[in-house]
Design a protein around this ligand. Structure first.
Ligand SMILES: Cc1cc2nc3c(=O)[nH]c(=O)nc-3n(C[C@H](O)[C@H](O)[C@H](O)COP(=O)(O)O)c2cc1C
Length: 216
């Protein structure tokens, strides 16, 4: 059983979680990274396909200075250009997408030209890979995994940033080769772990409305 105090601590961690997009050079300790990964390891997974391979979940740790980070920096730019090209084609037959293309175009072409701000040398990048199986639920599993890792990082006073562009690497041969995984068989998601440089956001920007039943 958890105590009232345990519950209050959980609330504090949930409130404190935020997206960090600017990191100092300070590299997190191996034990801290290990604890964050353990939180990801125990996150929910879509079990129907998980028995196909052992292990079905992998974590690759890349610390500042790892030459693979330079390669990933280039692959992110190239992949963003490909993603933009695909979105442009899709927009031709999707009026909603076409209407919103200017924003997407600005974002993705900026990443294609300049990369993502935390690169080329983030303090610590964790690439998570999840077996896709026939169920193809790896993206949801990866999101659950990252949320667990994010909360654990927060509890350890580490800062965390998601790198969702890494999701697009599923069929990128060069990216899969970096980690010795077969192309198209694993979904990917990644994060940066470290210590913030500059301001910490304190207020939560999320908007939501609760729709209670009328007799409540
Ligand atoms: C599916 C998903 C993808 C995201 N991708 C990125 C990303 O690639 N880069 C980034 O800096 N933040 C990314 N974020 C973080 C959101 O921008 C962030 O959670 C949101 O702005 C709310 O801010 P907060 O996390 O500080 O509460 C992503 C969040 C989600 C849920």
């Amino acid at each position: 059983m958890f105590t009232k105090e345990d519950n209050q601590v959980l609330d504090r961690i949930l409130q404190a979680r935020w997206t960090c997009r600017s990191f100092s050079d300070e590299i997190p300790y191996k034990e801290e990274v290990e604890a964050v990964i353990e939180a990801g390891r125990i996150a929910p997974f879509a079990s129907i396909s998980s028995k196909d391979v052992t292990p079905f979940r992998h974590f690759f740790v890349l610390f500042k200075g790892d030459p693979r980070l330079q390669v990933i920096d280039r692959l992110i730019r190239e992949q963003s250009a490909v993603d933009l090209e695909m979105a442009e084609a899709e927009a031709e037959v999707d009026p909603f997408l076409m209407e919103h293309m200017p924003g997407l175009r600005g974002l993705w072409s900026n990443v294609a030209q300049n990369g993502v701000p935390v690169f080329p040398d983030p303090p610590c990048m964790i690439v998570a890979a999840e077996w896709r199986g026939a169920r193809r639920a790896e993206r949801q599993s990866l999101a659950h995994m990252m949320e667990n890792m994010w909360l654990k990082a927060t509890a350890l006073n580490l800062d965390f940033g998601l790198l969702s562009v890494i999701e697009s690497m599923v069929d990128n041969q060069e990216f899969c080769d970096l980690f010795g995984l077969p192309v198209e068989r694993y979904g990917f998601l990644a994060c940066v772990l470290g210590h913030h440089k500059g301001e910490v956001r304190t207020a939560h920007p999320a908007t939501a409305e609760i729709h209670w039943p009328e007799d409540c």
